[in-house]
Ligand binder design. Structure first.
Ligand SMILES: Cc1cc2nc3c(=O)[nH]c(=O)nc-3n(C[C@H](O)[C@H](O)[C@H](O)COP(=O)(O)OP(=O)(O)OC[C@H]3O[C@@H](n4cnc5c(N)ncnc54)[C@H](O)[C@@H]3O)c2cc1C
Length: 385
């Protein structure tokens, strides 16, 4: 067992730190940046070959070890550099495992160059946790599938060029066995995107409608009617990630600094037991979350399955983030509720914003209850209900 990273990785961390200090736009704030500014930064990172480090060179990667990617993800999340996206962390790895050579050649290089945006079309109005009950239909017609139905909560679909989605291709088969995984051009005739505004007032969610949308059969990933297994494997990539513990560590440092430099009822905040206890609990949780993520990185680097670990990491990490923001709001009092931009908002309203956003994180990519079900059944061998 070795709890240290090699010199190569530590040097890489230094290189990333230097990038954050010297190559990022002055005063950059990912919460306030628009999509083009973010895309510009990602393209700059892509030119250095860092976006898709472990991918083979022919697809735009550097053939680096998986752990190097984990170091990259950790440093960029801590430094609030918007590098990762669902195509890099979810679709790319799945195409590498399940895609045809033609699909890899067509879809991977533009992802590695940060030239395209993807969205994920899984959930439907009646199918969330019980995703395998999904009803959007894809029917074979000559060289195409024809899609009809609707998807909901599709993050970023209004800015996406492509969609990876699950559709029902055999309505008579048992529900897990009649689903296929398809890649859909968002500009295809018949795709309609309608915005959904969340409780923080942001437009990230959308509902999609498919009206006889034609998708070439070359865009089927994996076997026909076996898309459930492709889609479920992708969820393991979606649920894992060291980014949660890294950004939580940054937030914890900021609220700890705040406690050191502010008073409450005339007393130094940092001397109040409740504040100290909260911060100490959070420090422990951040470390636990980081260790679960390192374990996933290790399993991934060995090519091993990390299914229950991904669920543990997702559940613990997102609930930990909620607790950190709650502790932050508790410390900041009513000022903590002020929005970004107000001169009275401590830490530029970041805690308030994170607090609101943290609630949806325990729902996205499968709720905490579903992650606990995975740990109980696949981790502990307990029976399904
Ligand atoms: C920020 C965010 C981004 C998202 N982005 C996307 C996206 O890009 N693409 C996409 O396809 N979807 C996306 N989703 C949707 C997300 O995957 C679903 O919201 C999630 O799977 C839960 O489904 P649901 O909302 O239908 O809740 P439901 O399934 O209706 O669940 C309601 C409640 O019942 C509980 N429950 C349900 N079944 C069980 C069970 N078997 N055991 C115990 N408890 C259970 C749930 O935990 C939950 O508390 C996103 C969601 C969020 C919050």
């Amino acid at each position: 067992m070795d709890f240290e990273f090699s010199t190569e990785y530590e040097d890489f961390r230094k290189e990333l730190r230097s990038f954050a200090e010297n190559d990022m736009p002055e005063g950059f704030d990912p919460d306030e940046a628009d999509k083009d500014e973010i895309q510009g930064i990602r393209q700059k990172i892509a030119k250095k070959g860092w976006l898709t480090l472990p991918w083979p060179e022919e697809y735009g990667g550097m053939g680096a070890p998986h752990l190097k990617q984990m170091v990259f993800n950790e440093e960029t999340a801590y430094r609030r550099i918007p590098a990762n996206d669902n195509a890099i962390s979810m679709l790319g790895p799945i195409l590498m495992l399940e895609g045809t050579d033609e699909q890899k050649q067509k879809f991977l290089p533009p992802i590695a160059k940060a030239e395209v945006r993807w969205a994920q079309g899984y959930s439907e109005p009646q199918s969330g946790s019980d995703l395998a009950s999904l009803q959007t239909r894809a029917v074979e017609d000559g060289d195409d599938f024809v899609i009809n139905g609707t998807k909901i909560w599709t993050s970023g679909a209004h800015e996406a060029d492509w969609l990876f989605m699950l559709a029902r291709t055999d309505p008579d088969a048992p529900k897990h066995r009649g689903i296929s995984f398809l890649l859909v051009d968002m500009k295809a005739p018949g795709v309609e995107v309608r915005p959904i505004i969340d409780m923080a007032g942001r437009h990230n969610f959308n509902q999609l409608f498919f009206d006889n949308v034609r998708v070439p059969k070359q865009n089927l990933v994996g076997e026909y009617n076996r898309g459930w297994y492709v889609g479920a494997r992708l969820l393991d990539f979606e649920r894992s990630g060291v980014n949660r513990s890294a950004s939580a560590r940054r937030t914890l440092e900021e609220i700890t600094d705040f406690a050191k430099n502010n008073t409450l009822n005339g007393k130094a905040m940092s001397s109040i037991s409740r504040v100290k206890n909260n911060l100490a609990n959070m420090a422990i949780e951040v470390e636990v979350s980081r260790m679960i993520s390192y374990r996933i990185g290790y399993l991934q680097s060995k090519g091993e399955v990390f299914n229950k670990e991904a669920s543990m990491g997702k559940m613990f990490g997102t609930e930990m983030v909620q607790r950190i923001y709650s502790a932050g709001m508790d410390m900041l009092g009513l000022y903590g509720t002020l929005q970004q931009g107000s001169k009275y908002a401590p830490l530029n309203g970041r805690i308030q914003k994170g607090y609101l956003a943290s609630y949806s994180a325990t729902i996205a990519a499968g709720t905490s209850e579903i992650q606990r079900n995975v740990v109980a059944t696949r981790g502990l061998g307990l029976p399904r209900a």
